[in-house]
Structures are given as structure tokens and as C-alpha cells.
Design a binder for this molecule. Structure first.
Ligand code: FES
Ligand code: FE
Length: 440
């Protein structure tokens, strides 16, 4: 059920954009978010590389439902709702593994890895039980460049339409490997006492870097690194630097190359060798676009891909309540880079993006501080997201990315359509060569 449009206010003449803080507090808003988009749009499920062999499975939560992400015995990737058709128990209680069959431990109904109901104890005592129609229910499933998405809406639009220009950003990840990108086994699971949308905003927010991540920047400087993040704020050097509206609420911050402090000379050699192979495969121009810039991309509603030149982080989140969020993070790497370079990437993921790393605790602290501040929402009802509104080309230090998210959110929750803002990916960065395109 749509809500009245009262949460987002913009004034194009004055260049102001604000969001009512009820969106971070209200149970009614959360219910509307579930009904109006979490139940209707495409949601990220997982990456093809997470399932190697037939029978491999991973149990995870997607859009508030328990899902089995599995490769069936014939090699087809599937999403199965993890609830027994008998009386509801989860049929898979392991986090991951390889199975021939999923047997419900309650009364013993058993399902194949393709979801079909294959066995029912004491089946003769049923006067009629149609096994064909009692398999595990399967939501819509599709993939793009190795990234699998599901939808609980049977009439959802095609995934390629939904992703809009975010497809280019997924291709930029997929193209970094000649043999296929591979998710590093395991995931970070953590939570924060703040609304989920604060993390979506934060994940594409360049503005907070210099203050929230000051310790990190100082450490880089003490190690002699001069990352572009420092250059921009220090001597004002102008480098390609955009906030980009990717359509349908998706957006990216397009950073110049961001240095990494935690890499040795040997690590840099390995990165250079990987870069050389990519130039041979896809040319200098595309390689420069992929590896000499960094991107923080948000795919509406709850997928983040942080594509830095030395480590790619995938992150999803889901609201446990209006004021609490469950978060999962994965690291994805080119399959062919070898254990040594993969080790550097994992180290990078742990020390920077991990729940105990250099970035994430600081971000979580900032977002939990916002949530505490929202207790004053009767006295201070609006958050300001105007930075760069009206500029010809907003940068990563502006807030176009968040406004893009909020306009889509507002449209889906209230039906109110606000005009879009910003040049397209192709206008800002030029078209992608056919050679560099990854087929879906
Ligand atoms: Fe699964 Fe009864 S609930 S067999
Ligand atoms: Fe941050």
C-alpha cells in the first residue's frame, strides 16, 4: 500500500533537497518498503562462482526470506524457498555444503536439488497428495555477468531493463577476469543499530571520507602514499570525478584511482602483471577505465559494489526493524590471479571493509550516531541532501547519488515521480566498446 508523498521535498530553483527523518524511524514506512519494492523488484542473491559443483548449496536470507542458492544435479543454478511444503520447517539447516537431497527433519519429506518433492514418509496414508505441485517454491531468477538476482514478483520486468546503466558497472567487474570472477569463500555478517537506508547512502558518499576516515587517510600519508582522495582536498587537483545517475535508483561515485596503503612492492608487481594481461585482452582504454579508477555503486534497493583497483567488495543489507540492519559482505576477485595476489586482496578486505577493519566501524559509528540524533525528529524533522544540486556535473563529493536513490525510493513508496537529475554514464564516460562487453 502506497503512502502519502510527504517524505522527500525538493526545490529546483533554490537547489534544495531534503528527506523527512520519519523514513528512518517509522514501522509504517518499513512495511511500505517491503510491500512496494522488496517484494516486487530484483534483489541480489549471489554470484555464480559461489556454486562449483552440482549439488553445491548456500543457505541465505534474501528480502527477509530464507533461500537455498543451489546448483542442481544437472548443473542448473536455482533459488529455492527454504520452507517445507508440509508444515513449514526449513528443509536446509546448514549454511553451505553439497547435497543430493534436502530432507526436512520434522517429518522427513525430501526434495531434490531442483526443488522437486521426491519422497514422503508413509505416503500411502494420504488420499491425494500431488507431488508435482508440492516441490519447493522457486522465485523468479535471472543473472547478468555472473551476478544472480531473484524476485518474488512473477511479473517483474526483465533484469536487464531493471539494471539500466548499472549493467555497465557489473560488466566492469566481470571483465577484470579472463577466466571468471570468483567470490572468496565465506562472508562477513554483522549488524548495526541504524536504518538500512543510511548505509545505502553512506556506501556511495564521497563527502564523508575526509572526516569519518581521517585515521585511514593519516595512515596512508604517514606511509608516504598520496592517494587522490588526499590530493583533492589538499591542493584541489582536478581529476575525473563524478556522481552518476545510472537509472532506476542506481548510482555510482566514480573516483580517480585510490591508493592502498596495505600493499607491498611485491603486491604492486602482481597488480601490474594482472593489468598487463587485461590490456592485451581488452585494450588500454577499457583497462584504464576499469583499473585506474574506483567506483562505489549502489543498485537499488540494497546491493552495493565497491570496485576499487585493489579489491572488490559486494555488500547487501536488509532491515531487521526501522532502526536495525543486517549486513553481509563478500570479496570477489579474478579467479586467475593466484593465491599470493588473492591473499593481498583478502587482507585488504579484512583490514579495510571487514567489520573490524579501518573503514566499516567508523562508518557504522557515524550511522548509529545519526540514528540516535533522529530521536529529535519532532523538533528537527528534515535531513539535508542538497550538496551539488543544480551543479552541471556533481562530483563524488556531492550528493547526486543519494538523491538518485531517494527519488526512486519516493516513487516506489508514494507514487510521486520527481524529475531525474544528472548526465548518463555514456554522456560522462563515453560508450563501451563492443569487445569489452560481457554477454549476460
Ligand atoms: Fe517438513 Fe513436516 S514440516 S516434513
Ligand atoms: Fe565510509
Amino acid at each position: 500500500m502506497k503512502l502519502q508523498p510527504r517524505f522527500v521535498q525538493e526545490d529546483r530553483v533554490a537547489g534544495t533537497f531534503r528527506v523527512h527523518r520519519d523514513v528512518f524511524l517509522s514501522q509504517e514506512v518499513l512495511e511500505a518498503e517491503k510491500a512496494e519494492f522488496f517484494d516486487k523488484v530484483w534483489l541480489y542473491l549471489g554470484h555464480e562462482s559461489e556454486l562449483d559443483k552440482p549439488g553445491d548449496f548456500i543457505a541465505r536470507q534474501v528480502g527477509g526470506r530464507p533461500i537455498i542458492f543451489t546448483k542442481d544435479r544437472k548443473g542448473q543454478i536455482r533459488a529455492l524457498l527454504n520452507t517445507c511444503r508440509h508444515r513449514g520447517a526449513q528443509v536446509c539447516r546448514e549454511d553451505f555444503g553439497n547435497a543430493k537431497i534436502f530432507t526436512c527433519f520434522y517429518h522427513g519429506w525430501a526434495y531434490g536439488t531442483d526443488g522437486s518433492l521426491v519422497s514422503v514418509p508413509d505416503a500411502d496414508s494420504y488420499s491425494s497428495l500431488d507431488r508435482e505441485s508440492h516441490g519447493l517454491v522457486q522465485p523468479k531468477l535471472d543473472s547478468y555477468s555472473g551476478f544472480y538476482f531473484l524476485s518474488y514478483n512473477p511479473d517483474v520486468e526483465p533484469l536487464t531493463d531493471y539494471l539500466a546503466d548499472a549493467k555497465e558497472l557489473l560488466d566492469l567487474v566481470a571483465n577484470q577476469s579472463e577466466s571468471g570472477m570468483a567470490v572468496v569463500k565465506g562472508a562477513h555478517h554483522y549488524s548495526m543499530k541504524a536504518n538500512w537506508k543510511l548505509l545505502m547512502e553512506n556506501s556511495c558518499d564521497g563527502y564523508h571520507g575526509m572526516s569519518v576516515h581521517q585515521t585511514y587517510v593519516e595512515m596512508m600519508m604517514s606511509l608516504g602514499m598520496t592517494p587522490s582522495l588526499v590530493k583533492q582536498s589538499g591542493d584541489g587537483a582536478v581529476v575525473a570525478d563524478y556522481g552518476i545517475n545510472l537509472g532506476n535508483g542506481h548510482a555510482t561515485t566514480w573516483f580517480p584511482e585510490l591508493g592502498r596503503p596495505l600493499i607491498s612492492e611485491r603486491g604492486l608487481e602482481l597488480v601490474a602483471a594482472h593489468r598487463e594481461r587485461m590490456v592485451e585482452r581488452l585494450g588500454e582504454e577499457y583497462t584504464r577505465r576499469a583499473l585506474n579508477t574506483s567506483r562505489n555503486t549502489i543498485v537499488f534497493p540494497n546491493l552495493v559494489i565497491v570496485d576499487l583497483n585493489f579489491g572488490i567488495q559486494i555488500r547487501t543489507m536488509f532491515p531487521l526493524s526501522p532502526t536495525e540492519t543486517a549486513i553481509t559482505g563478500w570479496q570477489i576477485s579474478p579467479a586467475e590471479v593466484g593465491d599470493e595476489l588473492k591473499g593481498y586482496r583478502i587482507d585488504n578486505a579484512l583490514t579495510f571493509w571487514g567489520p573490524g577493519g579501518l573503514a566499516t566501524p567508523d562508518d557504522v559509528e557515524a550511522l548509529e550516531q545519526c540514528q540516535i540524533g533522529f530521536a529529535t525528529s519532532k523538533e528537527v524533522p528534515w535531513s539535508d541532501i542538497s550538496k551539488g544540486f543544480g551543479k552541471p556535473r556533481p562530483t563524488t563529493f556531492d550528493e547526486l547519488q543519494m538523491r538518485t536513490f531517494w527519488r526512486r525510493w519516493n516513487f516506489l513508496v508514494t507514487g510521486e515521480q520527481l524529475p531525474e537529475e544528472g548526465e548518463s554514464y555514456a554522456q560522462l564516460l563515453g560508450p563501451i566498446s563492443e569487445k569489452a562487453k560481457v554477454s549476460s
